[in-house]
Design a protein around this ligand. Structure first.
Ligand code: ATP
Length: 364
């Protein structure tokens, strides 16, 4: 295979463990990757004054392809989310998350095969927020009152939910193009258009328009209100194929769908734009198990397989996926998250032992 230079952002929390495991697996599979390491995370605040140095963004731009571990985003502080900042600054407008059953991984179903396509730059994730008591919040509250749009309590904090025609068309087109390219049968748009008429309503309206553009491609289109989607997906995930979401619902649905197949430990993902792509597991930094060699590296390894596909190295990616399936099917080396998902009382293996098993499966 050709050599590829890829930016590796290990992140923090379990990121060092999962990305090191991923590197070992790719090396064992013969993937010729020249890793260029770049840093991101809370630990840089003291040295760099930011969790996301400009040099890291530049490194992604230079190589165009990156893979990262998780980066902690503390809840409710002024700390900017590195993940959201990267997606916005590189216009990685697609968040792609295939959810596929792996026999032996403790999933609730054996036949889940769906793809989450989440808009990645807008919605309540846009980061446009006004602090309770601030001048700007007061101004906005006053403006809302004056326009007759409604009233907001004066002691409110406010987050803005922008959903644009451009953003919606881009993400829905991506979902349809993906469906066409991968021989998928149906695209479902998920929304809450009955309540949020001007944001989710716009999303549904534009999704329907884009669906018409693809009418001759033989791909079915339907839509679901997000709460009904959640219930239906838990009852029978096989009714879904490619599912396109605005940002926040896509975030929540990603964890829900990961839960159907065994949990966050096996859920891979990618953030893709027109010029750059960053591959990363769905899970966060899992501080409760960080540094204990207990993390499940499968999600990071499968994210790397998506990266290899993107780089045109499908054969290597498929060999790694075969090895992953073999290790789960054998069931001898499973990390604690998967043991719990399968209802087993046995202790989980370490991240290192699981990775050893994967490497051995590749060498068979
Ligand atoms: P974030 O808000 O940063 O996305 P989160 O709230 O989704 O994070 P995670 O850190 O993703 O939380 O994970 C929640 C829990 O799931 C963790 O505390 C951990 O117990 C478990 N978990 C997540 N990823 C893994 C993994 N790769 N291996 C084992 N357990 C994991």
């Amino acid at each position: 295979m050709a050599q590829h230079t890829v930016t590796l952002i290990p992140g923090d929390g379990i990121g060092n463990e999962t990305t090191s495991a991923m590197q070992r697996v790719l090396a064992a599979a013969g993937a010729d990757i020249n890793w260029e390491i770049a840093e991101a995370g809370a630990h840089l605040m003291e040295i760099e004054g930011t969790p996301l140095p400009e040099s890291t963004i530049e490194a992604v731009k230079r190589n165009k392809v990156a893979i990262k571990g998780p980066v902690t985003t503390p809840v409710g502080t002024g700390f900017r989310s590195v993940n959201v900042a990267l997606r916005q600054s590189l216009d990685l407008y697609v968040c792609l998350r295939p959810v596929i059953s792996i026999p032996g991984a403790g999933g609730r179903y054996d036949d889940v095969d769906l793809v989450i396509v989440r808009e990645n730059t807008e919605d309540l994730y846009a980061g446009i927020e006004f602090e309770e008591g601030s001048k700007a919040a007061a101004h906005l509250i006053d403006m809302v009152q004056k326009t007759g749009a409604g009233s907001i309590r004066p002691d409110s904090g406010i987050s803005i939910k922008p959903i644009s025609v451009t953003g919606t068309q881009n993400i829905v087109r991506y979902a349809f193009d993906y469906a066409v390219k991968h021989g998928r049968k149906k695209v479902t748009a998920v929304h809450k258009a009955n309540i949020m008429k001007h944001s989710d309503g716009l999303f549904l309206r534009e999704a329907r328009k884009v669906a018409e553009e693809y009418a001759d491609k033989g791909i079915e289109f339907d839509d679901k209100i997000v709460d009904a989607f959640c219930m239906n997906c838990v009852i029978d995930p096989s009714q879904f194929d490619v599912i396109v979401f605005p940002n926040l619902y896509g975030d929540i649905a990603s964890d829900l769908c990961a839960g159907l197949v065994g949990g966050l430990g096996i859920a891979p993902g990618a953030n893709i734009g027109k010029d750059y792509a960053i591959f990363e597991a769905v899970h966060g930094s899992a501080p409760d198990i960080a540094g204990k060699n207990l993390a499940n590296p499968t999600a990071e390894v499968l994210s790397a397989c998506m990266m290899l596909d993107y780089l045109g190295e499908m054969e290597t990616a498929e060999r790694i996926r075969d090895a992953v399936r073999a290790v789960y099917a054998e069931g001898k080396y499973l990390t604690g998250d998967i043991r719990r998902a399968t209802g087993s009382q046995e202790p989980g293996c370490t991240c290192t032992e699981f990775t050893d098993a994967l490497v051995a499966a590749l060498q068979k």
